[in-house]
Design a protein around this ligand. Sequence first.
Ligand SMILES: *[C@@H]1O[C@H](CO)[C@@H](O)[C@H](O)[C@H]1NC(C)=O
Ligand SMILES: *[C@@H]1O[C@H](CO)[C@@H](O)[C@H](O)[C@H]1NC(C)=O
Ligand SMILES: *[C@@H]1O[C@H](CO)[C@@H](O)[C@H](O)[C@H]1NC(C)=O
Ligand SMILES: *[C@@H]1O[C@H](CO)[C@@H](O)[C@H](O)[C@H]1NC(C)=O
Ligand SMILES: *[C@@H]1O[C@H](CO)[C@@H](O)[C@H](O)[C@H]1NC(C)=O
Ligand SMILES: *[C@@H]1O[C@H](CO)[C@@H](O)[C@H](O)[C@H]1NC(C)=O
Ligand SMILES: *[C@@H]1O[C@H](CO)[C@@H](O)[C@H](O)[C@H]1NC(C)=O
Ligand SMILES: [Zn+2]
Length: 493
Amino acid sequence: MKSLSIIASVLLIVSSVMAQEGATVPVTNTGGASTYSCDPNTCKIENNCRCASVNAPGGLSPADTPQFVTVTYDDSVQEALMKTALSMVNVTNPNGCPGHGTWFVSMEYTDFSLVQQWYAAGNEVADHTFSHVGTPSAQEISSVREMLNAYAGIPVSKIQGFRAPFLNYTKDTLNIVGQQQFVYDSSSSAVTDDVYWPYTLDNGMANDCWTGICAAGQVKLPGLWEIPMYSVLNTANVPQLMDVYLAGTATETSQWSQAAFDKHYNGNRQPFGIYVHPTHLSTYAGTPDPKEKFDAVIKLIKDISAKPNVWFVTNQQLLQWMKNPVKASELGAQDYMQCKQPVIAKEICNGLDDDHNGAIDDGLVNSCNFGTTSMKTCFNCPATAPSLSSPVPASSAQNGTAGYRYPLGDGCDTTWWDPIGNTCLCTSSDCQVKSMAVPKSNTNTTDSTSDASSQDSNGSNGSNGSNGASGLVSHFASTAIIAVLFAGLSQIL
Ligand SMILES: *[C@@H]1O[C@H](CO)[C@@H](O)[C@H](O)[C@H]1NC(C)=O
Ligand SMILES: *[C@@H]1O[C@H](CO)[C@@H](O)[C@H](O)[C@H]1NC(C)=O
Ligand SMILES: *[C@@H]1O[C@H](CO)[C@@H](O)[C@H](O)[C@H]1NC(C)=O
Ligand SMILES: *[C@@H]1O[C@H](CO)[C@@H](O)[C@H](O)[C@H]1NC(C)=O
Ligand SMILES: *[C@@H]1O[C@H](CO)[C@@H](O)[C@H](O)[C@H]1NC(C)=O
Ligand SMILES: *[C@@H]1O[C@H](CO)[C@@H](O)[C@H](O)[C@H]1NC(C)=O
Ligand SMILES: *[C@@H]1O[C@H](CO)[C@@H](O)[C@H](O)[C@H]1NC(C)=O
Ligand SMILES: [Zn+2]
């Protein structure tokens, strides 16, 4: 008998969560796995349908399959957390482009100017509800997209993913996610027999069946992808999901994680995930220093990124590949794997250091103060603090007056939009872009398990087509870590 245990935090969390998420449960799926059936002859990718399977799509052999690694982050975006998050995708993919990750953002305590930087660097931003509640209303989910669009300038169409707070996803929540036309959910877990590649919910859920979610009549959402969260087994074979580094010593958790990675890498190459709450790996005055755990996680990341055909990608990049799987040797040339930044000579408030003076958006970010709370944004400050019932209140500045910031223009991507000048600096396909690709220095050509030929692919192609992807921003204001708002400490999942 194995059990599912999500080691969450040294801190108190809602006891019902422990009861639910920490309970010992059988892995053999009496909850309905046996009822999942899917016919690959009718469920075809041309119709945005894919059956749950442990085998790679497109009939690719493991040797031809890229090993994807997804690093994901949950909860609010703040300065110290962002620094931690960036250091966890500070790797170079085989095509010379930087690794990227996915942040499931909740709105409270979030710095929207940092969200914009995260996105501008080529990373993904996804929805984790407004106020981090276990049973979210439709408004809890939709307000996140409105706010990320209004205050971080992210096109709504680029906010495609959802993760349930406390991973407490239900049929009702998934139905809302489907109604709001998200591309994917990533709240479920996969342990041993249910380590499926991402699949669509046309035929219901196929993993995590112990919750009963797989039973007939539960979920049927054609076209909505499920990206399972892949767990790591500890020495006692107990699956660990998020924040594995909290479940043992740094040495132990490195060993468990390395073994789990090897199982994927030497097996069918299902994606491997590293799922974190950056708070636990960030250093704060007055709390125990997690540096040893942090260093161990970084070492794991560097070690696995040095192996042939290992790619650190966003969930959106992973799904792009799922929809059109190509051999590992061809991945580096795909549009969605390029890394380009716009060439803009003057600083605009777009999340990038356009004038290369070492500071992002310097002097252009708005600080909005609402008395007890505050937020930062390249866009207009709302006249009152955003709330669940009014996530994007009217702005304090008026259109046409000095200081007004213009919302992201239709069809413009974030990095090209000047909110002060009210202009999109790229409206055609031949805008000047600069590739951020660098030669990969630690290329390991002794891959015994794959053809390794992706090492030759050239990501630094001067071709255009701005995909929004761009280089990893490595600049940080080196100010002392400011006291982070911690009212949300119970909100750790
Ligand atoms: C990324 O790694 C390089 C080299 O190891 C290091 O100099 C740099 O500070 C790192 N950046 C971040 C954001 O961790
Ligand atoms: C999880 O969802 C169920 C069903 O909506 C609810 O009863 C439970 O309280 C939720 N758990 C948490 C921690 O919010
Ligand atoms: C480079 O760009 C050209 C033109 O867009 C394209 O045909 C070619 O496949 C690209 N090569 C790589 C390695 O990206
Ligand atoms: C600002 O005002 C101009 C002129 O009245 C109008 O064309 C434009 O749509 C307004 N923009 C916004 C974002 O309200
Ligand atoms: C290169 O890969 C081989 C086989 O996977 C491994 O034994 C070796 O340690 C790797 N070398 C480096 C420098 O990562
Ligand atoms: C990679 O692309 C760059 C820019 O187009 C080019 O200068 C270089 O020769 C290419 N390298 C290979 C190996 O194709
Ligand atoms: C971008 O693409 C357009 C049309 O495909 C082409 O005319 C232009 O030369 C390209 N620019 C660069 C920098 O590759
Ligand atoms: Zn959370």
